[in-house]
Design a protein around this ligand. Sequence first.
Ligand SMILES: CC(C)(COP(=O)(O)OP(=O)(O)OC[C@H]1O[C@@H](n2cnc3c(N)ncnc32)[C@H](O)[C@@H]1OP(=O)(O)O)[C@@H](O)C(=O)NCCC(=O)NCCS
Length: 170
Amino acid sequence: MRLTLDSTTLRRLFVTDLRAFQAYRNDPVVAEFQSWDQMDDDRASGFLHHSATVTPLMRPDNWTQIAVADTETDALLGDMGLHLSADGSEAELGITLAHAAQKHGHATRAVAMAVGFLFDATAITGITAWADIRNMASCRLMQRAGFTQNGVEVTDGVTEAVFVLKRQDG
Ligand SMILES: CC(C)(COP(=O)(O)OP(=O)(O)OC[C@H]1O[C@@H](n2cnc3c(N)ncnc32)[C@H](O)[C@@H]1OP(=O)(O)O)[C@@H](O)C(=O)NCCC(=O)NCCS
């Protein structure tokens, strides 16, 4: 898979992304609203190897993790998680960018490409994204990407806005 929109590319994650991946995954500012566990290098290598080789990319009841990369250099800027529901009818997405890669429009372009990819490659009727209501950058991103807020959900004391985007072509 390789999708490009201006300076932003979506591609598979590679084991060679390890250093950049670990740098932003271990950045407390980037992790503030994320629930992931920190990975040591061995675990992160295994995760990247799995992401690089798993086929098919979108499997029901599974997360697919892909890279957000710089189109010119192919350097890793961040990653995106795409989930297909068990019955294949709904997708979920989440995105993380390294601090230095934020505020250049990469996330907006990455989400636009992912939305096109998900509606083209699967039979989903809609995509959902959750954003901690304190995470204003994430809430603004989903609104810019055309998602509509559909209430909030509270899980383990964290209030998240639920953003949804329905398939337009019937
Ligand atoms: C959520 C997240 C991906 C949003 O990233 P982002 O950098 O705000 O979004 P974009 O890359 O699309 O950049 C758009 C921002 O850059 C600004 N910008 C500057 N130059 C720009 C350009 N050339 N093109 C587009 N936007 C530009 C926009 O005005 C916008 O800023 P605003 O939100 O203050 O209005 C990022 O904050 C992040 O990775 N956070 C940590 C992980 C996380 O919490 N993820 C969400 C949970 S799933």
